[in-house]
Structure formats: structure tokens, C-alpha cells
Design a protein around this ligand. Structure first.
Ligand code: PDD
Length: 280
């Protein structure tokens, strides 16, 4: 296996960044995740656009042009013989002696790329079954729209889900509204047929899968309501599902141990999953 670190393809088991990297010291870094299907990046431009936005919000200089990055990612996919999988990118503010303020101008950002295989048949199997989620308080910061590696609340919430035998945790804000999952966006289909998902404000990551699915669903004639919803409303809903680059559209059939509708994956989730996969 091969990783890419600061301009070099390296053996994955030997690849490393410096102990004084700002990513390690301060979580002063952003990341991005692309799905790969048959060797091709899915929704590539959306993820590149969000990467640019994350860097801009944190005022980290872009270490490489989009064209060059695309070439490097393609080469990494090729070297690792990824058919179906994921590409992970992290960019930190670079290596500098520890000091909370930004390092001196000219400090070179750290760029890391890795890949992972993904068994899309297994993902499809999971989608056919549906997944369980638990609700947890949202303990994150006020800029969840920036895709930073500052993921401790997300990892704790995901582990709480695993400990409860669930697949994902839906985080709930102080007003009782679902923000999003630990690594996915949250949706419901109401009894009267509207798709509901939280607006892309500062409380959630602006999912690329979410944005594409909004286009796909509205052009398929679904009514979209971008508004917050509660766990109680989700339990009353006709269907619930989550979206992410790693799950596409994944039906949620249980929340906090209670069934959503009859506890079976719904037909709309399945239809939207197919429509999404056909569109990307
Ligand atoms: N997570 N919300 C959060 C908090 C996320 O971390 C993600 C993605 C999403 C969905 O975004 P997208 O549709 O662009 O993948 C929503 C990635 C997959 C991860 O952390 O592995």
C-alpha cells in the first residue's frame, strides 16, 4: 500500500508527518473524502470545491493546484489498485514550533493522501437491511460547516453508537433538533411525502452527497423542506435515511431502539439511492 505525503509516494507503513505538525498539535487541519467507484472519483468537483472552501475558512494556503492534485489522486488510486474505495486527504497548516498563533508566513502546509478499499456489495447489503442510529447531544463547536480534523466529539459519539450496537449517532442541538450524524447528514421523509433535511448552516457539514441528492430528488419531483427536525418527528416519519460519500443513501430503520415506521427500509430511500448512484 502506498500513501502520498508532501510530494512523495511512500510505503503506507512508513509514511509519517513531523511531531511538530500543526495537525497533530492543534487539529489545525482540514480533510476531504471522495468515494471511488470502478477507479473513478464520484462527485469529484463538489469535493474539490468544499476542500477549497475549508482551506479558505481556516486561511491555510492551498499547497497544490486542483489539476495537480487530481493527477496525484489518480496516480494513488492506480498504485493502490483501488476499484471501489475511498480517498482521504488531510492538509494541515504545516510544521512549526508549538505556538497557538499561526506559524510564520511561508510555512509549508502538510498534505497527506491515503486510500482505502470499500466493498460496495457490502454497503448495498447494509442498505437493503437498514441501519440503527442512536441520538446523542451535539457537543461540537460552532463551525461544523468546515471539514476540519477536529473530530473528537464525532469519534466519541460514533463509539457510543458502536457500544449500543448501532451504526451511527444523530447529534441533537440544545433546542432538541437533529444536526447530523458523526460522519453523515440526516434526512426524513414525512407522512405527507416531503423530504426534510437541516439547512446547510454552520451547525452541519455541507455534505456533497446531500447537495447532489437535493438536485436528484427535486428533479425527480420530490418536495424538499430544508428545516431542522426532532427525533420525535423522525420516529413518526414514513422513512429516515442518512447520506455521505461512504454510504450514499442509507436507510435508517431504528432510532434509539424504536422502529421508524414498520422498521423496514422504505421504497423512497431505495429509489433515491439508485437515482443518486445513477447520477454520479
Ligand atoms: N464524512 N457530516 C459529517 C459530520 C461528515 O463527516 C460527513 C462526511 C458528512 C457527509 O458529507 P459527504 O456527503 O460530503 O460525504 C456529513 C466523511 C465521509 C468522513 O468523515 O469519513
Amino acid at each position: 500500500r502506498i500513501a502520498y505525503v508532501n510530494g512523495r509516494f511512500q510505503r503506507h507503513d512508513l509514511a509519517a508527518v513531523h511531531i511538530e505538525d500543526r495537525g497533530f498539535q492543534f487539529a489545525d487541519a482540514i480533510y476531504e473524502v471522495w468515494a471511488v467507484r470502478k477507479g473513478e472519483l464520484l462527485d469529484a468537483e463538489g469535493h474539490f470545491d468544499r476542500l477549497d472552501r475549508s482551506l479558505g475558512e481556516l486561511r491555510i494556503a492551498h499547497p497544490v493546484t486542483r489539476a495537480a492534485l487530481t493527477i496525484v489522486i489518480r496516480e494513488l488510486i492506480r498504485r493502490n489498485r483501488i476499484g471501489d474505495g475511498l480517498v482521504y486527504l488531510q492538509i494541515s497548516r504545516g510544521r512549526a514550533r508549538r505556538d497557538h498563533g499561526f506559524p510564520p508566513p511561508g510555512t509549508r502546509p502538510t498534505l497527506v493522501l491515503t486510500t482505502k478499499r470499500l466493498d460496495l456489495d457490502a454497503v448495498a447489503g447494509r442498505a437493503a437491511q437498514g441501519v440503527s442510529v442512536i441520538s446523542v447531544p451535539d457537543q461540537r463547536w460552532a463551525r461544523c460547516d468546515i471539514k476540519t480534523v477536529n473530530l473528537l466529539p464525532n469519534t466519541l459519539a460514533k463509539q457510543a453508537a458502536r457500544d449500543a450496537g448501532a451504526y451511527e449517532a444523530w447529534q441533537v442541538d440544545a433546542d432538541g433538533f437533529v444536526t447530523e450524524g458523526t460522519s453523515s447528514n440526516a434526512w426524513i421523509l414525512t407522512a405527507d411525502g416531503a423530504l426534510v433535511t437541516r439547512p446547510a448552516d454552520h451547525a452541519i457539514l455541507h455534505g456533497i452527497t446531500r447537495a447532489t441528492l437535493i438536485r436528484v430528488a427535486t428533479s425527480a419531483g420530490y418536495r424538499l423542506e430544508e428545516r431542522p427536525f426532532t427525533i420525535a418527528e423522525a420516529l413518526e416519519a414514513r422513512e429516515a435515511f442518512l447520506t455521505s460519500a461512504t454510504n450514499f443513501v442509507m436507510p435508517v430503520t431504528r432510532i434509539d431502539g424504536r422502529p421508524v415506521a414498520n422498521g423496514e427500509p422504505g421504497s423512497v430511500s431505495a429509489e433515491l439511492r439508485q437515482a443518486y448512484l445513477a447520477a454520479v
